[in-house]
Design a binder for this molecule. Structure first.
Ligand code: GRF
Length: 223
């Protein structure tokens, strides 16, 4: 039986090694504030993640993440999902954009759209999402509100591979966050986000190392 490495629950971004020495080529997809985008950019800048952000794709013209991209001098491409009748058509445009920027790994950091097989087939096992709950609990929108409403004492965040079913792919890494009696969705989300910013860069390195997230020891179980 494999043991669960504590670093998967309370990970240290400095401990995940990558197999390849060449920087991972990331494409980030985001719809809003972009604090996770910023956390990845900062981890790269600090030398904690050997990667480069090739492009940001965003789908909301007012998304603050676009301002962050400008600050980091990262190319940002606006793709308006409202222009596409079918989700597959939108994903085809996204795939084309990601390929044109030579992206290897797709990171959904607050991307509020469901994906189709088109995107999954273009980047098999190479799409990563972050969700503000301990999956499989509280899938979908308003996960933080769902946790408060359910009265759980511990919630958290999950980084996982993306599959067709929403918030359901293989879990790479999680961090737990206690729910305090005085919490409202904003205060709880702020503490969850602090953990998101820690584990997202770490989970990207884990996924790229071929690690299964099962034992967390070797980082490359190949499952
Ligand atoms: C995060 O809480 C993430 O888990 C969820 O959307 C939020 C995005 O936050 N999928 P930000 O835009 O990165 O600040």
């Amino acid at each position: 039986m494999t043991s669960v490495c504590p670093s998967l629950i309370s990970p240290d971004v400095t401990t995940q090694s990558q197999v390849s020495n060449s920087p991972l080529k990331l494409g980030i997809m985001a719809s809003g504030n972009g604090s996770n985008f910023e956390a990845v950019a900062q981890a790269i800048e600090n030398g904690q993640l050997n990667a480069q952000i090739q492009v940001l794709i965003y789908n909301n013209p007012d998304a603050y993440v676009a301002v962050r991209a400008l600050k980091w001098k990262i190319k940002a491409v606006f793709i308006n999902h409202r222009h596409y009748k079918q989700r597959e058509e939108l994903d085809k445009q996204i795939v084309q954009t990601l390929h044109s920027y030579d992206v290897e790994w797709v990171i959904m950091a607050g991307w509020m759209r469901l994906v189709t097989q088109v995107l999954i087939d273009a980047f098999p096992q190479k799409i990563i999402n972050i969700h503000p709950s301990l999956l499989p609990s509280f899938k979908g929108v308003r996960a933080v509100e769902q946790a408060i409403k359910a009265g759980v004492k511990i919630t958290g965040c999950t980084v996982h591979l993306v599959s067709l079913e929403m918030d359901s792919g293989r879990i790479l890494m999680q961090a737990a966050v206690p729910v305090l009696a005085e919490d409202n969705p904003d205060t709880l989300h702020a503490r969850i986000q602090a953990q998101e910013h820690r584990i997202l860069p770490c989970a990207i390195a884990l996924a790229a190392s071929g690690g299964c997230g099962e034992c967390g020891e070797c980082g490359r179980c190949g499952r």
